[in-house]
Design a protein around this ligand. Structure first.
Ligand SMILES: Cc1cc2nc3c(=O)[nH]c(=O)nc-3n(C[C@H](O)[C@H](O)[C@H](O)COP(=O)(O)OP(=O)(O)OC[C@H]3O[C@@H](n4cnc5c(N)ncnc54)[C@H](O)[C@@H]3O)c2cc1C
Length: 296
């Protein structure tokens, strides 16, 4: 009789496990391993910002799961329920979203941090775009382009400044990389928008600590901070985003970043990394639970 192993999630953890099983199954015909993920590709999240910044095409940071595995069975499904007593999981898929019961002897759960927590900050959940998937990265890139297009157009009745203001909250690795990528993307695009100038662009990085990139220590953090500042990024250290109300991104220091125009028309993109701004017990919701916000 075969031993059934079920792996839910083909992210960093799940796919690594599946690859090991795939090798082991060469000499273990008694193993039957099944991998489930709602996507049929593995996403290399550390390079997600490069897609947002237009430096890489989306296909450059994904691996088709089916291609990576020889012996492990893969189904692209949503895992919706686990019955520990019966040792089975319910997975759903297809245009009609029908369900299947998958029995297992051993279960590995590697579904990452599925739910983004918005920590109850006013206006955040309703206006946030998360930054966890390829779609999120493409959305940010599209947002930058459409903001520039809108600001460029002569007939636009919208106040231009908010369209050209981009706020990143959280100066950890991902926040800094994203801000730098956005800066380079906008800087390279601007010559093609003749009515816009670099002076109009406002890029703000909000960070709770004294210096960004806390993981690298003060010296390197200060160095990175100076480099970003020299390239036109405004660093708002020792501050956090407290709310996103109307068109205003309000910080804990009492200031608001963009308070211009009619908030129904103003579009503001805010990248928010909660890494340093949340109490410890909330870290379980995902170390990289950051999001983009836009006023609608
Ligand atoms: C933008 C970004 C940049 C990052 N940069 C770094 C970095 O530079 N260095 C670093 O160490 N970490 C980085 N991280 C964090 C890193 O991606 C995570 O720590 C890591 O992905 C966690 O691995 P995991 O296997 O637990 O989950 P994940 O890799 O998130 O995988 C979870 C998988 O489960 C699938 N899934 C979820 N729910 C279901 C369901 N119900 N049914 C079916 N499938 C489901 C998802 O589609 C996904 O494929 C970054 C994260 C992000 C978002």
């Amino acid at each position: 009789m075969s031993t059934k192993v079920l792996i839910l999630g083909a992210g960093f953890g799940g796919l690594a496990a599946a690859l090991e099983f795939d090798k082991a199954m060469k000499s273990r015909p008694d193993l039957e391993v099944t991998l489930i993920d709602r996507e049929n590709h593995f996403l290399f999240t550390p390079m997600l910002h490069e897609v947002a910044a237009g430096e890489l095409e989306p296909t450059s940071i994904v691996i088709p799961i089916r291609k990576a595995l020889k012996r492990v069975k893969f189904y692209s499904c949503d895992a919706t329920r686990i019955d520990l007593e019966k040792r089975q999981a319910v997975v759903c898929h297809g245009y009609h979203y029908h369900g299947h019961d998958l029995r297992y002897d051993h279960l590995l759960v590697g579904m990452g941090s599925i739910i983004t927590s918005f920590f109850g900050l006013p206006g955040v959940e309703s206006q946030a775009l998360t930054m966890k998937s390829l779609a999120d990265a493409v959305r940010l890139r599209n947002r930058m382009i459409s903001n520039l297009e809108e600001a460029e157009s002569e007939c636009s009745t919208v106040d231009k400044q908010p369209l050209l203001t981009f706020v990143v909250a959280g100066g950890g690795f991902a926040g800094v990389e994203t801000m730098a990528g956005m800066r380079d993307f906008i800087h390279a695009a601007l010559p093609h928008f003749p009515s816009l100038s670099w002076r109009q662009i406002r890029l703000v990085l909000v960070h709770p600590g004294k210096t960004i990139l806390t993981e690298l220590g003060v010296e390197l953090g200060t160095y990175a901070q100076e480099k970003l500042a020299a390239r036109g990024v405004e660093i708002r250290s020792e501050s956090r985003v407290a709310a996103f109300e109307g068109a205003d991104v309000c910080l804990t220091d009492g200031t608001c970043i963009v308070c211009l125009g009619n908030c129904r028309e103003v579009v503001l993109v805010l990248f928010f990394q909660f890494m340093f701004s949340i109490p410890d017990q909330r870290l379980s919701t995902g170390r990289y639970g950051f999001s983009f916000f836009e006023a609608r």
